[in-house]
Design a protein around this ligand. Structure first.
Ligand SMILES: Nc1ncnc2c1ncn2[C@@H]1O[C@H](COP(=O)(O)OP(=O)(O)OP(=O)(O)O)[C@@H](O)[C@H]1O
Ligand SMILES: [Mg+2]
Length: 429
């Protein structure tokens, strides 16, 4: 680990791997100390300088050979609001891909080389996340996103192509992920079921993403691992998005960092909730929860289930070490496909990730290696009785979808899709 994936760093872009960014100011085109939202004249001047720098880079790019051109634009670009308006057709509602606590995410189009706004279907698609002025998440998360994602490159981290702040608005521009979030595929009504192999492929990709963060020279704790933050490309490769809550790991031999407790209920590790002490292994707990969601097809937290089953970890844990019980809680949509031994191994891995003593949790490198072995385990597909036609379980699942009411939730993200929208998480800050 610790490789810098992607392209050669350019003048304003320090690839941090194996050394990671120390502060947002080191990233991209931004001037030191700039804080969006309250621009002084010196900040405005800095912004002008930044714009000039961006233009200069483009000019240099124009003279470079084609391969250099692509490399030179690998640094996140400082977009103007006008450019992003043009790329998204003025943030038209029908370009909305989803909505989270930060704001809405729009689909736009830009030129592949210069990132200049392009017509629909021309160049490459991008996802533009735009802050909602009423959101409690804002500047801080925007800065964190630029600080971390702007400098980290790995096949399992979504790429931040650029950013913008203007008129009190913060925006982030990402590579477009064709298949959207894992949350959508697992929980949205009518979504095509994910096969056992695809679930493992996604889990492995996400595990590698976390392992990359944890094993960099200065470890990064992701802190918000959940299905809505795992995005999928056209081939179901998983990439982590949303570094708004990410934190640099402990330094000087410390075991943890102390933080304000923020995150999403159902995924946060018990020691973090109890003390605010955040460990690298706190992410491993969150991974265990997501792996459990992948196996069962059930949400980490769902008040539409019977009260004793609201919390997935609490209710499913006792079934994970028993083959017969495990079969009962496996997602009926994959009932006939998975090798039972492999599912047992996965269940054991989940239990290890969910250990209350974090010393007993595996590292994310170990998790990804174990998952690769599990994926390679082959067994003749069994004829299972508990297939989709198994009335009670499938029915319960269906009921759970039907009774979602966005008004019962403290809203953390919807995966906005008009009438099909999903209240996804309980977020706490
Ligand atoms: N790069 C992207 N490509 C395609 N779709 C995206 C991209 N980024 C986000 N989305 C879509 O937008 C939705 C909202 O994402 P966002 O990260 O803002 O919120 P969330 O993860 O649902 O909630 P939270 O605020 O708790 O993180 C995602 O679920 C996904 O459907
Ligand atoms: Mg998110």
């Amino acid at each position: 680990m610790g490789n810098c994936w992607g392209t050669t760093p350019v003048t304003n872009h320090n690839c941090p791997a194996p050394t990671k960014p120390s502060a947002p100011e080191t990233t991209g085109n931004r001037g030191k100390g700039n804080r969006p939202g309250s621009r002084s004249s010196s900040q405005r001047k800095q912004k002008e300088d930044d714009k000039t720098r961006t233009r200069m880079e483009k000019d240099e790019t124009a003279m470079a050979p084609p391969s250099e051109q692509i490399r030179a634009i690998s640094a996140p670009k400082l977009f103007t609001l006008a450019e992003l308006k043009s790329a998204t057709r003025n943030f038209k509602p029908h370009t909305v891909l989803g909505e989270g606590g930060f704001g809405r995410v729009f689909k736009g189009w830009v030129d592949e080389k210069t990132y200049a706004p392009a017509k629909v279907g021309v160049g490459m698609a991008v996802a533009v996340k735009k802050s909602n002025p009423e959101s409690s998440q804002g500047l801080e998360e925007w800065q964190s996103e630029v600080k971390f994602l702007g400098e980290l490159h790995h096949p399992n981290l979504v790429r931040l192509l650029g950013y913008c702040w203007e008129e009190e608005q913060f925006l982030l521009v990402y590579e477009y992920m064709q298949k959207g979030s894992l949350e959508k595929h697992l929980f949205r009504k009518g979504a095509e079921p994910l096969s056992w192999e695809t679930r493992l492929k996604i889990a492995i990709g996400a595990a590698k993403g976390l392992a990359f963060l944890h094993t960099a020279e200065k470890s990064i704790i992701y802190r918000d691992f959940k299905t809505s933050n795992i995005l999928l490309d056209g081939a179901y490769n998983a990439k982590l998005s949303d570094f708004g809550l990410a934190k640099l790991g402990p330094l000087n031999g410390d075991s943890h960092v102390t933080t304000r407790i923020v995150g999403t209920y159902g995924y946060a590790a018990p020691e973090y909730l109890a003390t605010g002490h955040l460990y690298v292994k706190s992410d491993v707990y969150g991974f265990g929860v997501v792996l459990l969601e992948l196996l069962t097809g059930l949400k980490a937290l769902d008040t539409n289930r019977p009260s004793r089953q609201h919390n997935l970890v609490e209710f499913a844990k006792p079934s994970l070490s028993d083959k017969r019980k495990l079969k009962k809680i496996m997602d009926p949509r994959i009932a006939e496909q998975y090798p039972l031994e492999a599912a047992m191994e996965a269940a054991e891995l989940i239990l290890r990730c969910l250990e209350s003593d974090l010393k007993n949790r595996p590292s994310m490198e170990e998790v990804s290696e174990t998952l690769i072995k599990i994926k390679d385990m082959k067994e003749k597909p069994r004829k299972s009785k508990s297939s989709c036609s198994n009335g009670s379980y499938a029915k319960r699942q269906e009921e759970s979808f039907r009774h979602h009411s966005p008004f019962q939730y403290r809203h953390g993200g919807t995966g906005y899709s008009g009438t099909n929208s999903l209240p996804s998480v309980y977020r706490f800050m």
